[in-house]
Design a protein around this ligand. Structure first.
Ligand code: AMP
Length: 120
């Protein structure tokens, strides 16, 4: 059901083929600054395993991978100091307007954000 394309840009980052601005790394996850930040803090947290999307990761990643991933999310929240709040977004496939087919969680904050979606 989930086909992973290892030529996607985040797979290249994980292989070290292209550089990234690393915020945190552990055995199971890498966190780096988004190249086109939408707010003062905009970090992407990605698993090191080949998962296309949040639902793929939730269904197929091992408990160790899932714990390691969320440990990285926790570290990113501490490192970036988003105590006043933040937004975590996982755009998924077509309806979710996902551009890069390697699961990533956007951690966005560092300033007051607007409503998630337009009202109505
Ligand atoms: P999405 O639409 O959820 O797939 O978001 C993909 C995100 O990846 C966008 O916010 C891009 O700005 C970001 N992005 C693309 N290429 C890079 C890169 N080389 N380094 C860091 N962020 C990137």
């Amino acid at each position: 059901m989930f086909d992973y394309d290892d030529q996607n840009i985040f797979a290249k980052i994980l292989r070290g083929d292209i550089p990234n601005s690393t915020v945190f790394e552990n055995e199971f996850a890498l966190a780096f600054n988004d190249i086109q930040p939408q707010a003062a803090v905009h970090v992407l947290v990605i698993p090191k395993g080949p998962y296309v999307s949040l639902d793929h990761f939730a269904a197929a990643a091992s408990p160790e991978e899932q714990v390691g991933f969320f440990a990285a999310v926790s570290e990113v929240c501490t490192i970036t100091g988003v105590k006043a709040g933040f937004r975590a977004i996982a755009n998924t496939r077509g309806h979710g307007v996902q551009d890069v087919p390697h699961f990533h969680l956007h951690i966005i904050g560092g300033q007051q954000l607007g409503r998630m979606l337009p009202a109505g």
